[in-house]
Design a protein around this ligand. Structure first.
Ligand code: ZN
Length: 140
């Protein structure tokens, strides 16, 4: 499995002794942060990343990774600009791959309003935005 690690700079706030580490693997993005007494680790599955924000200041970049589904976002500050951009690129590349691989995936149904095909489990049409009637069993 590919793992890329990005440690925050020790010269930034809160990172002198135990810099925050962001790891991007094939499957997830993980943030590791420890202190004298605690070890804090949180991760978001790559498929559940809603967006990656990189905010670049004069010296360092802050990274904010938001997830779908209500779990807390991963935030880390004090990264080198190059690293922050790489984190964003890695996550977005993984998501694009997944979208392409899953494009023709799973059963579909036809929207009764606009006649486009949408996923069988969809509750709202992604083309016209209308609410779809629930499937009543497996008919015809
Ligand atoms: Zn529709």
């Amino acid at each position: 499995m590919n793992v890329e690690r990005f440690a925050a700079s020790r010269w930034t706030r809160g990172n002198l002794l135990f810099p925050t580490v962001i790891e991007v693997t094939d499957a997830a993005v993980v943030r590791r942060k420890r202190s004298w007494f605690t070890k804090n680790e949180m991760s978001i599955h790559l498929q559940r990343v809603a967006s990656v924000h990189v905010e670049t200041g004069f010296f360092w970049s802050d990274v904010l990774i938001e997830s779908t589904g209500g779990s807390d976002p991963i935030a880390s500050h004090g990264h080198r600009k190059r690293d922050a951009q790489r984190i964003k690129d890695l996550i977005e590349a993984a998501q694009t791959q997944h979208l392409q691989a899953g494009a023709d995936d799973g059963p579909t149904k036809v929207c009764p309003f606009c006649a486009e095909s949408v996923k069988l489990a969809a509750k709202v049409c992604r083309f016209c935005g209308r609410e779809l009637p629930l499937q009543a069993g497996r008919e015809g």
